[in-house]
Design a protein around this ligand. Structure first.
Ligand SMILES: [Zn+2]
Length: 329
């Protein structure tokens, strides 16, 4: 990224950091102080389908946050570093956005356009990477060298932070685990897991088709004939409902297999769950009990943890794309 090349190397812990989470329906922005404390927050609707309006909206958020910071920090510098999380990635090969479900960003040089608008280096990263980074810097994985962040929501994504930095990768897809196949698939009626479910990516049997919220709901519906939301399924299981308990048990076993794959490959110190399904408390007990059978080790010391920053992790991680020892302003 352009910002990387221009980064000053001297410690700039005194500077404020702005993080922007550029989602499909809303844009969130946060201004963090030197110790990661939230000084200001903003949230606006995404200008869906309009790239120029998206650039304008980000520029407006940045100037608004800086004005608020200047007012509360009389005499201090109001200029902040800017990091942006997107539901996609900047292709290292072309410098253009790819894989974004905010399709109006696809094919655009988002980081360079924002750098021009804001007259400073801007770092842009995948939102799952921002989630992992946020939890690695001062969240559930604080102090852990390698953190894998998993988003279990409408879709399934993953991101990796190593020593407080996002791991981007040669193709900018490091951690994109949701479109790997579900490992050790089981046979069963109508082919069981081996039959797979079609995925929007064009393949079948992707982890996302088993572990997203809609996948849990579909699994419950197939087994019980009833349509219930993921939150309700978890609540029913807590209340002792056998069908809901069985659906969650299948979900946990699949998540254990999926994460065992990650542990074999990356061996992270901490795995943090995010997204709506990360609120299901029993996952943190049951999944580590189950994954040992699949991990290639005599013992597994990996910690599976809920997020500390919850829904704020995306926007906080975007701010932390400029770590304490680098200045982006
Ligand atoms: Zn897929």
């Amino acid at each position: 990224m352009t910002g990387e090349r221009q980064a000053a190397k001297q410690p700039r812990a005194d500077r404020a950091r702005i993080g922007i989470d550029l989602g499909g329906t809303k844009i969130e922005a946060v201004l963090l102080g030197a110790r990661g404390e939230v000084l200001e927050r903003r949230r606006i609707a995404s200008p869906r389908g309009n790239y120029e309006a998206t650039l304008d909206a980000v520029a407006e958020l940045v100037s608004g946050l800086e004005a608020a910071f200047a007012a509360s920090n009389a005499g201090g510098s109001a200029r902040a570093s800017v990091g942006v999380g997107i539901p996609g990635a900047i292709s290292p090969a072309t410098g253009l956005v790819k894989n974004a479900n905010s399709t109006w960003l696809i094919g655009k040089p988002l980081d360079r356009d924002l750098e021009r608008r804001l007259a400073r280096p801007v770092r842009v990263a995948n939102d799952a990477n921002c989630f992992a980074l946020s939890e690695a810097v001062d969240g559930a994985g604080a102090g852990a060298p390698v953190v894998f962040g998993v988003i279990l929501g409408t879709g399934v994504g993953g991101g990796i932070a190593v020593e407080g930095r996002p791991l981007i990768g040669a193709n900018a897809i490091a951690g994109e685990w949701g479109h790997n196949p579900l490992p050790w698939p089981l046979a069963g009626p109508r082919g069981g897991e081996l039959a797979g479910h079609p995925c929007y990516c064009g393949r079948e049997g992707c982890i996302e088709t088993f572990l997203s919220g809609p996948a849990l709901e579909a699994d419950y519906r197939r087994a019980t004939g009833q349509s219930r939301g993921a939150t309700e399924i978890a609540a029913k299981a807590d209340a002792g409902d056998a069908g809901a308990d069985a659906a969650l048990a299948r979900y946990e076993e699949r998540l254990a297999r999926g994460l065992a794959h990650v542990i074999n490959l990356l061996d992270p110190d901490v795995i943090v769950l995010g997204g709506g399904l990360s609120n299901i408390a029993r996952l943190y007990e049951s999944v580590p009990r189950l994954w040992g059978r699949f991990v290639f080790s005599d013992r597994v010391d990996t910690r599976l943890l809920p997020p500390v920053h919850g829904d704020s992790s995306g926007v906080r991680g975007a701010a932390w794309l400029w770590p304490l020892d680098e200045s982006g302003s």
